[in-house]
Design a protein around this ligand. Structure first.
Ligand SMILES: *[C@@H]1O[C@H](CO)[C@@H](O)[C@H](O)[C@H]1NC(C)=O
Ligand SMILES: *[C@@H]1O[C@H](CO)[C@@H](O)[C@H](O)[C@H]1NC(C)=O
Ligand SMILES: *[C@@H]1O[C@H](CO)[C@@H](O)[C@H](O)[C@H]1NC(C)=O
Length: 261
């Protein structure tokens, strides 16, 4: 115990030495930088870091949001997003789409996933024919907008608010489940403004793609066994071992982004 305390004191002294060794460029740098805050309500000289912030303060929330972008757990715990981030998907990024109608790419706005485990849930076909799954590679830097929070959760508590504002300039709670209208109108706005994708968080991260040919090329089409996930009723157990394995893989791939982008 004593040696721990000794070490702590030694560390403190060492840190203090390092800090005092920092030589500011301006002789009165510290004084001047504090004075420059004098137009604020509270001078930093009077800051009490133990004092809780005002109940209506928001700066801390904005900071926390930025710190948590593209991390699944933080955006699950605080699911109502309030940040819209412009971004670029770099050339070479691989994206996945569970096709509905055979080996074709969508001709209207549709979704891609960042993990194949996620897109395979949307790959549907009969047990006899299997289903089609597409892998894409990004060929030109693709401008996107990212909505933070659980932004693909269709619930009325506010997870859709930032998207509603971009798509419709107002919140439309009556359209909370109207994903078709939402993707059409977000993409109408996007294509007009050079944005080809809207990034959201579902069970994992996804992108609504506005134009499937302008920034991506097909790497492969795969004919897969149709998953038999009963996503309409979560109390049902998957009915074969492959599907049980698949259900596990989705949850596992989601965990890769729990605390890291
Ligand atoms: C925050 O609350 C304080 C105390 O009630 C009030 O004086 C201040 O005007 C409020 N600030 C904002 C931005 O609402
Ligand atoms: C999609 O992109 C292709 C290739 O750049 C272009 O020819 C086509 O007009 C675009 N479609 C829409 C709806 O913008
Ligand atoms: C889901 O399955 C449970 C148990 O079999 C059943 O009681 C319930 O009615 C089902 N719900 C729907 C929406 O089908």
């Amino acid at each position: 115990m004593r040696s721990v305390r000794k070490a702590a004191v030694w560390l403190f002294l060492a840190v203090e030495r390092v800090l005092t060794a920092q030589i500011p460029l301006l002789p009165h740098y510290h004084e001047e930088s504090l004075d420059s805050y004098s137009h604020f309500e509270r001078n930093p000289r009077q800051w009490d870091l133990d004092e809780p912030h005002a109940v209506n303060a928001t700066a801390n929330l904005v900071f926390e949001t930025v710190n948590s972008l593209l991390q699944h757990w933080a955006n699950t715990r605080y699911r109502i997003g309030h940040t819209i981030v412009p971004g670029i998907v770099p050339v070479g990024t691989i994206l996945y789409h569970g096709a509905l109608s055979g080996p074709h790419i969508p001709t209207t706005p549709d979704w891609v996933a960042m993990e194949p485990e996620h897109s395979m849930v949307f790959c549907s076909g009969s047990v006899e024919t299997g289903c089609w799954h597409v892998t894409f590679a990004v060929t030109r830097p693709m401008k996107v907008l990212y909505f933070d929070g659980s932004s693909a959760a269709n619930i009325p508590e506010g997870t859709m608010d930032t998207q509603d504002l971009v798509a419709w300039s107002e919140m439309r709670p009556e359209w909370v489940d109207n994903e078709e209208q939402r993707i059409q109108d977000l993409c109408k706005w996007g294509l007009k403004n050079g944005v080809n994708g809207l990034v959201r968080m579902e069970v994992n991260f996804e992108i609504m793609i506005c134009n499937f040919t302008s920034h991506m090329e097909v790497v492969s089409f795969s004919n897969l066994d149709s998953p038999r996930l009963k996503i309409d009723n979560i109390t049902d157990l998957p009915d074969d071992p492959n599907t049980a394995h698949h259900a596990f893989e989705i949850m596992h791939s989601t965990s890769w982004r729990e605390n890291y982008p």
